[in-house]
Design a protein around this ligand. Structure first.
Ligand SMILES: Nc1nc2c(ncn2[C@@H]2O[C@H](COP(=O)(O)OP(=O)(O)OP(=O)(O)O)[C@@H](O)[C@H]2O)c(=O)[nH]1
Length: 302
């Protein structure tokens, strides 16, 4: 990957929109993910989050993550969905709470607002959607009502339909993200999908036959994929992150035997994908290292 180095004040992270049904979350996502954006159907290192799209700017990157809605749990399915929301929102850097300009705040909004207390790590931004449907006075009243709900990190009125203030949203949310390297390649074309699929194949290979608790501790990143000059060989440099030394020992196996199997299994999947022979270097690293590395923390959703 021949990414240009991002500026030192580059910020990047994960963003999720919440709000009642029909408030305009999907429309907003699609509008943001319109220009200068790559939609990716790929999953990141954990399957906990589904990526809807990446918003690229010179100074930052927003990765928009899908969640099902927050609801009062009435059924077991509702409870399960809420659990999924819980794990997704626990991971994101910024939660954008969407409230339409043309409807008064209701109990549904208040319930969601209270639920946001459960995600202390995330910055919280109030987004007043559909401003094209309301008068200036109504929008002002709505902004006032919303600002009384909590101490927001930002409050932004916008219209996804008329493309009003979307750039302000991107700018303000980017400011709230951690300083970081690019989480996705600047070009973010199909290359990105290949990189993600390569890391998924390595993760699958590393997980084969291991105990239940390990999967959540395991993440894969790819440093580089470089064709070796004068050959049909692709050199891939990957890292497998685990949380503890004991897990590292499991992944590596006696004398490196298990890691060799992991490499062979992964390569068998990667070669048909990339259409060439592959030299695969896998380095196994423990969590201690990535918890001290602010760049990797965001990337791995910690
Ligand atoms: N006028 C106007 N309509 C909007 C705007 N954003 C969304 N809508 C409309 O509002 C309706 C709901 O929008 P969605 O984006 O599907 O809402 P959602 O919050 O994703 O809904 P769920 O998927 O049910 O949670 C659609 O008919 C949109 O066209 C806006 O900025 N202005």
């Amino acid at each position: 990957m021949s990414d240009t180095t991002p500026p030192s004040d580059f910020r990047a992270g994960f963003l999720s929109f919440v709000g009642r049904p029909n408030v305009g979350k999907s429309t907003l996502t699609n509008a943001l993910v319109g220009e200068k954006v790559a939609i990716t159907s790929s999953k990141p290192q954990t399957t906990r989050r589904a990526i809807r799209g990446v918003v690229h700017r010179d100074h930052g990157q927003l990765i928009v993550v899908d969640t099902p809605g927050i609801h009062r749990p009435r059924t077991l399915l509702g409870q399960r969905l809420n659990d999924l929301v819980q794990s997704t929102l626990s991971d994101v850097d910024v939660i954008g709470f969407c409230i339409p300009a043309n409807e008064k705040l209701g109990p549904g909004d208040r319930f969601i607002n209270e639920s946001l207390d459960g995600f202390p790590r995330a910055k919280k931004v109030a987004i007043v959607t559909k401003t094209d449907t309301a008068s200036r006075t109504t929008i002002a009243e709505q902004l006032l009502a919303i600002s009384e709900l909590r101490d927001w990190d930002a409050v932004i009125p916008l219209s996804a339909v008329t493309d009003d203030q979307l750039d302000i949203l991107v700018t303000e949310v980017t400011k709230l993200m951690p300083l970081s390297e690019r989480l996705y390649p600047a070009e973010a074309t199909t290359d990105e999908t290949v990189v993600d699929r390569v890391s998924e194949l390595i993760r699958e290979a590393a997980l084969e036959g291991v105990q239940d608790e390990l999967p959540h501790s395991l993440a894969v990143t790819i440093d580089d994929m470089i064709p070796r000059e004068g050959t049909d060989l692709l050199d891939i440099y990957a890292n497998v992150f685990v949380e503890r030394d004991s897990q590292k020992a499991i992944i590596i196996g006696k004398g490196g035997s298990r890691l060799r199997d992991v490499g062979a299994r992964a390569r068998a999947g990667i070669e048909p994908l990339v259409g060439s022979r592959v030299f695969l270097s896998i380095r196994v690293k423990v969590a201690k290292d990535w918890q001290r590395d602010p760049k990797l923390l965001g990337r791995l959703g910690f």
